[in-house]
Design a protein around this ligand. Structure first.
Ligand SMILES: Nc1ncnc2c1ncn2[C@@H]1O[C@H](COP(=O)(O)OP(=O)(O)OP(=O)(O)O)[C@@H](O)[C@H]1O
Ligand SMILES: [Mg+2]
Length: 247
């Protein structure tokens, strides 16, 4: 099993959109049993997949209280893709994890879930806190979407410092230029400065995911956005494979 965190300290950079699209590609094109774990209280991943949280169970009490997260898991419309949805209770989770002093709670839950899944993709909230620190510890790879702007470059440095702060054995970080519009000078310069970084174009097909409540590959498989998402997934798999060889 490999855990892939989609993370940034900046909001609205395309984390949830990437998480949903990458999880769909993992399950549908790579045919890997995949879990999309939503850790953002707004449950954006669930919305984009048209799946509601189960109201009976509260995510926070299960994650903090050591219950069975499998109770929360929902099937999606796509074979091989399950969702561990978030709900409002997640807002209290960060504080609870801090109070409990259980630094590896998320890593332990992930290890338990790895019996059933080959890929676990974490959709993280845009905050630097105990919960996000724990996700970084549980992940094998951290994807950081960066809209081309000096502010995103700063946000990237913060994430790098945060992940490196975990010392030796920290997961590798893959920056991704998100919402790239090559008609704009700043974006073109960012692309030229970082030619090796994967990029996702600014595209109305990507925006439409929220209207369709489907991943872009499901309703516009030939679009440049769908191809870019597949290219990013290939880069992720390559990075995971090279990490496995190093071990
Ligand atoms: N490549 C893209 N092209 C066009 N629009 C995009 C693209 N990626 C994301 N968006 C749009 O940008 C908005 C923010 O995206 P998203 O919710 O995925 O970001 P986020 O980082 O998860 O935000 P938050 O910090 O609120 O969780 C959404 O309206 C989404 O449709
Ligand atoms: Mg989000």
């Amino acid at each position: 099993m490999a855990g892939i965190a989609i993370y940034s300290v900046k909001g609205g950079v395309g984390k949830t959109t990437l998480a949903v699209n990458l999880a769909w590609i993992s399950a549908t094109i790579s045919r890997r049993k995949t879990l999309l774990w939503d850790l953002d209280a707004s449950n954006g991943s669930g919305f984009l997949l048209g799946v509601d949280a189960r109201k009976k169970h509260s995510a926070q009490s299960i994650f903090a209280g050591g219950g069975d997260p499998e109770k929360l898991i929902r099937k999606t419309a796509y074979p091989g893709l399950d969702l561990l949805p978030a709900d409002e209770s997640i807002r209290a989770l960060d504080r609870q994890l801090g109070e409990l002093g259980k630094k590896k709670r998320i890593a332990k839950l992930t290890a338990g879930l790895s019996r059933h899944y080959e890929r676990i993709i974490f959709d993280c909230p845009s905050v630097l806190n105990e919960l996000s620190a724990q996700v970084m510890r549980a992940a094998d790879l951290v994807i950081v979407p960066l809209p081309p702007s000096p502010l995103s470059a700063r946000a990237f440095e913060v994430v790098v410092e945060e992940v490196r702060g975990h010392g030796k054995g920290h997961p590798p970080i893959l920056p991704v230029l998100s919402m790239l519009d090559l008609r704009r000078g700043l974006h073109k310069a960012a692309r030229e400065a970082n030619p090796a970084w994967p990029a996702i174009p600014l595209a109305s097909a990507v925006e439409l995911c929220a209207v369709e409540q489907r991943p872009v590959g499901a309703f516009a498989p030939r679009s440049s956005a769908a191809r870019a998402m597949a290219g990013l997934w290939a880069a992720i798999e390559k990075k995971l494979a090279s990490r496995a060889e190093d071990k």
